[in-house]
Design a protein around this ligand. Sequence first.
Ligand SMILES: NC(=O)c1ccc[n+]([C@@H]2O[C@H](COP(=O)([O-])OP(=O)(O)OC[C@H]3O[C@@H](n4cnc5c(N)ncnc54)[C@H](OP(=O)(O)O)[C@@H]3O)[C@@H](O)[C@H]2O)c1
Length: 168
Amino acid sequence: MDLHPNLSVIVAASENGVIGRNGELPWRLSGDLRLFKKITMGHHLVMGRKTYESIGRLLPGRTTVILTGNRDYQIDGARMAHSLEEVSRIIANDTQPFVVGGAELYRQILPVAKRLFLTRVHAEIFGDAFFEFDPTKWQLVSEEFFPANTSNEFAFTWQEFERNYQQM
Ligand SMILES: NC(=O)c1ccc[n+]([C@@H]2O[C@H](COP(=O)([O-])OP(=O)(O)OC[C@H]3O[C@@H](n4cnc5c(N)ncnc54)[C@H](OP(=O)(O)O)[C@@H]3O)[C@@H](O)[C@H]2O)c1
């Protein structure tokens, strides 16, 4: 189903596709978090229940939408959704809603996303949650390299892709 005409996925993945370990992010990249904050500010953040619990709080200035199958699960200040159809209704009036993880959400939503913001973390990381995408289905529209430093544990490249309709 088409969830939103301008649905964006945003994810940070290592060279070997790892996005998480033991329910957490396996790196410390302040520069990437700053870019994430800047681009998502004012928009809806759609996340799986496990990702919400990993973050452990609502991110200010954005509307958090938590997907869960558990109808008793409630978080004050967030919107709950129990299906992708409900997500679609909640984000309908946003100009650019973001799906922010985790692995289970990306697998379901990437096929209908229009834009992909991928932070490629330049390291081989051990982990248990993964992100995979088919580069032939996406066109790179911009990228910027950031070196490792005291606040970024690894070098990373911030990449923006648009769906490549010619390859569909
Ligand atoms: N590197 C990154 O950019 C990034 C971003 C986000 C997360 N992560 C990492 O990813 C890992 C978590 O990912 P994950 O795959 O384990 O979990 P997840 O995708 O965050 O959450 C999965 C949960 O979402 C709910 N859900 C998923 N699809 C649903 C649907 N269609 N309808 C209703 N509910 C649905 C279910 O909740 P219930 O069990 O409550 O029913 C499911 O157990 C963590 O390690 C986290 O740190 C990394």
